[in-house]
Design a protein around this ligand. Structure first.
Ligand code: CDP
Ligand code: MG
Length: 138
């Protein structure tokens, strides 16, 4: 069993489709073992996405991620990190596979509906960024 950090991003929260995203997550076999709705501050978004701070899209990404509430969650399952990246689909929804969350719901490369950790190291950092051990119930 492995855990990964998922974020349902502002575009999905604003369109009131978090349940539809969660249904795709659960239908794929992953289990939601922690979940909460929060609103990021700019400082929090900048810290969370620190690896991208020198990228041209960084300012727009921080602006977007702070534009509305998000739902942060911990997903559990076999190979959860790779499994979730696969059902999320590519960063750019225009090239994402059919049936993926991003192909189904994303509005643009920035407003792409979900975040998922990309490695064991980032999953560990990202889960503990949002949740303490008491909040994650497997
Ligand atoms: O989220 P993912 O790991 O697939 O992509 P990333 O390369 O780690 O980028 C993080 C986030 O920045 C993306 O999910 C997009 O929301 C945003 N982004 C963007 O706005 N423009 C790009 N050219 C690339 C990423
Ligand atoms: Mg990433």
């Amino acid at each position: 069993m492995q855990r990964t950090l998922s974020i349902i991003k502002p575009d999905a929260v604003m369109r009131n489709i978090t349940g539809k995203v969660n249904a795709m997550i659960e239908d794929s076999g992953l289990r939601i073992v922690a979940q909460k709705r929060i609103r990021l501050t700019a400082a929090q978004a900048e810290e969370f996405y620190g690896e991208h701070k020198d990228k041209a899209f960084f300012g727009g990404l921080v602006e977007y991620m702070t534009s509305a509430p998000i739902v942060v969650q911990v997903l559990e399952g076999k190979d959860a990190i790779a499994h979730y990246r696969k059902i999320m689909g590519a960063t750019n929804p225009a090239v994402a596979d059919e049936g993926t969350i991003r192909k189904t719901f994303a509005l643009s490369i920035t407003q792409n509906t979900v975040h998922g950790s990309d490695s064991e190291e980032s999953a560990k950092r990202e889960v503990s960024f949002f949740f303490n051990h008491i909040e994650v119930v497997g």
